[in-house]
Each structure stands twice: as C-alpha cells, then as structure tokens.
Design a protein around this ligand. Structure first.
Ligand code: SF4
Length: 70
C-alpha cells in the first residue's frame, strides 16, 4: 500500500456497519477521522499527492534542499 510519508498512524475501527478511520498527520499535527459506510480509506493511503498539505510540505522541504545544494 502506498502511503503518505507524513502519515503518522492510521487505524480503522468498526462500529456496526460504519467504518471509522483515525489518522494523524505530521504536517498540521492533527488527529483526524473519516467516517464511511464502505471501505473508503483516507487520501493518505490513496492519492496523497493530491493532498494540499502534502504538496505544501513537499514544496517547503524541496526549497530547503535546494538552498543547501546551491
Ligand atoms: S495525505 Fe495529507 S493529510 Fe494525509 S498525512 Fe499526508 S499530508 Fe497529512
């Protein structure tokens, strides 16, 4: 499974027919929840390149690396 490098933890809880995904993001330091009626994991383990937090952090890190290599 591909996962975002900034994903700190992810676990799924079942509550009857409902799935609750708990995930922590290293970028904004927030614990988040995603509730779904079927298998629907968060963006962090799907197309994380589309996440604006991922893109912003990646740009910031690339900028730091660029400054060190110039
Ligand atoms: S995909 Fe976005 S929300 Fe998920 S861990 Fe990465 S930066 Fe955070």
């Amino acid at each position: 499974m591909r996962r975002c490098p900034y994903l700190e933890q992810l676990y799924k809880e079942r509550r009857g027919p409902i799935r609750v995904y708990h995930f922590d993001c290293h970028v904004d330091h927030r614990s988040k929840r995603r509730i779904a009626l079927r298998e629907s994991p968060p963006i962090c383990v799907r197309c994380f390149e589309d996440c604006h937090l991922y893109r912003e952090e990646r740009q910031r890190e690339d900028g730091i690396i660029q400054r060190y290599t110039d």
